[in-house]
Design a protein. Structure first.
Length: 275
């Protein structure tokens, strides 16, 4: 099999500069307003609680806007990502705002070797991260290795049910087409665009992705030594996951325009490392 990391990294490396320029990531607002937070973190804020003084790591941090937002909420943050191009944008943002945020280049499966094992109070993973990983149990063991005993995982992710949906049928039906459960082989997509507003064109358009069912994620964390403290499903997502079928549902969120209760689009999970 073609190395999925190389394929996916090429896609992210090419798109990171376009994301940094896009109004959807609003880097100019971060630079102009020291209180500005990303829309993702604003949605999460009621569930995040007080982060003052916590040492946190944001896995698969991309260009760092959520990492920066957690820093502004009081956490001492490190961001980790495998894309050097994305990290260059993240470091540029941190330097422009004077924020003391560290960014480390590493694959997420190598995070415990690249960082300090057992050195973090909080592991944060945001939207659109787990689908790039072939093995959810290996991911859970990495999260456990990073946290101190009693430390917390905060995950908000695209719902695995959303990722099964094919919305390209000419009859307008939403049908279950793609895997719900983790499979050994990836689902290979070819898509020329990206999820933000941009006029850029791209050449690296193939990605390898995996879905992970809710039960698989929860069981992997339980087996890695966690206890579950929150699991909430949401009918909205912070990107337009089904274009032409959605409507705005508050700042930065979209939900189905027709009977949104039919489909969970994201979920929030929190877990505490026992010990």
């Amino acid at each position: 099999m073609t190395d999925y990391r190389s394929v996916n990294r090429a896609s992210w490396d090419e798109r990171a500069p376009a994301h940094a320029k896009s109004p959807d990531y609003a880097l100019d607002r971060f630079l102009a307003d020291p209180g500005h937070l990303s829309e993702v973190v604003r949605f999460d804020q009621p569930r995040l609680g007080d982060l003052t003084g916590l040492r946190g790591v944001h896995l698969q941090c991309h260009i760092g806007t959520d990492t920066m937002s957690l820093h502004r909420l009081g956490a001492r943050m490190t961001g980790l990502d495998f894309s050097p191009t994305a990290l260059a944008e993240a470091r540029r943002l941190a330097a422009g705002t004077g924020a003391a945020v560290d960014f480390v280049e590493a694959d997420v499966y190598d995070a415990a070797a690249a960082l300090e094992p057992g050195g973090f109070d909080l592991v944060y993973t945001g939207i659109g991260a787990l689908c790039w990983l072939p093995d959810i149990r290996r991911w859970a063991s990495v999260v456990a290795a990073l946290l101190r005993p009693g430390g917390r995982l905060f995950l908000r992710e695209g719902h695995p049910m959303l990722f099964t949906v094919d919305d390209a049928r000419p009859d307008g039906l939403l049908t279950v087409e793609f895997p719900y459960f983790e499979r050994p082989e990836p689902t290979v997509f070819q898509a020329p665009g990206t999820y933000v507003t941009t006029e850029e064109t791209f050449t690296h358009n193939v990605t390898h992705e995996w879905n992970h069912g809710i039960g698989e994620v929860v069981t992997a964390l339980l087996d890695a030594g966690f206890e579950l403290t929150m699991l909430a499903e949401h009918d909205s997502a912070p990107w337009d996951a089904l274009p032409g079928r959605t409507e705005r549902a508050g700042p930065g969120e979209w939900r189905l325009a027709d009977r949104p209760w039919r489909l969970p689009q994201t979920y929030t999970l929190q877990a505490r490392l026992r010990g």
